[in-house]
Design a protein around this ligand. Structure first.
Ligand SMILES: C[S@@+](CC[C@H](N)C(=O)[O-])C[C@H]1O[C@@H](n2cnc3c(N)ncnc32)[C@H](O)[C@@H]1O
Length: 257
């Protein structure tokens, strides 16, 4: 079920501008991460917390249930990239329901605009080899959430990398070396100025055999304009609709003619 089952306020602004490691963040019995007392992995996570931005007044810990696991994410409503959006829970539900059909075991997956990391975490728990990407500012919290929820839970520990849409793509993600079975994207289309660069990025990351799974809550005219452009370059199938959240999930494979 794609439910956020509980939430706990975690105010922890530090004067130095960086969040310090929360005591006990790893102590919940049913959460991924190292066993209690695993000093080395705990200290890795604590080190990572130093890269989590603290301009935001508070973080909360949000709990999700997917793939039989309790997933705990550190989120802040003060950043688009630090909150789970409706497209993410819909995409996770789809991945969970269609794991075998999608052949996710050992599949090579890259997520763009991963935000707090829920989709990448679920794909990883379901067996995929995941690279989670986003803007530089978001990567600290993303890396923290991913490590906390995948350590000792997954066959392949996810990679976290900077990917700014349309920027320096060939140098950072050379086409010749791209092996992705899936490019995942949830709620990356909303009212912003980078929609052409976003589409160019989806195209750049696609090779024959790559499927783009794009889940989006449709709200603005720009969402539909992007869909029209997406359909011009990708053979597009509507995989699922979630009327309660207005989310649609599309699969796109690049047109090669
Ligand atoms: C609305 S949030 C969605 C986050 C996550 N995918 C989800 O559904 O919960 C959009 C994400 O796109 C990222 N993003 C926005 N503009 C970007 C850009 N130009 N390059 C790379 N990522 C960008 C944001 O940092 C943020 O994580």
């Amino acid at each position: 079920m794609d439910v956020c089952v509980r939430s706990a306020q975690q105010p922890q602004r530090s004067p130095g501008g960086w969040v310090e490691a929360e005591e006990g963040a790893l102590q919940e019995d049913d959460v991924g991460g190292p066993p209690k007392g695993s000093n080395q992995t705990e200290s890795s996570l604590q080190s990572l917390q130093k890269f989590v931005r603290t301009e935001y007044a508070s973080y909360t810990q949000e709990h999700y249930q997917f793939a039989g696991k309790n997933i705990v994410l550190q989120e802040s409503i003060e950043s688009f990239g630090a909150v789970v959006w409706p497209g993410a829970t819909a995409l996770c539900q789809y991945l969970e329901d269609h794991t075998e059909e999608l052949n996710l075991q050992d599949a090579k997956v890259l997520e763009i605009g991963a935000g707090p990391g829920l989709v990448s975490i679920v794909a990883s728990i379901l067996g995929a080899q995941v690279t989670a990407t986003d803007l530089p500012d978001v990567l600290g919290n993303l890396q923290y959430n991913i490590l906390k929820n995948t350590l000792q839970r997954t066959a392949h520990l996810p990679d976290v990398r900077e990917l700014v849409w349309g920027e320096d793509l060939e140098r950072r993600f050379p086409k010749a070396a791209l092996p992705y079975d899936y490019v995942l994207a949830s709620d990356v289309v909303y009212h912003h100025y980078f929609l052409d660069k976003l589409l160019a990025t989806m195209v750049h990351l696609s090779q024959p055999g790559t499927a783009v799974l794009w889940a989006n809550k449709f709200r603005f005219s720009t969402d539909y304009e992007f869909l029209d452009k997406f359909k011009q370059v990708f053979d597009t199938t509507l995989l699922a609709e979630y009327p309660e959240s207005s989310v649609k999930l599309f699969k796109g494979t690049l047109k090669w003619d």
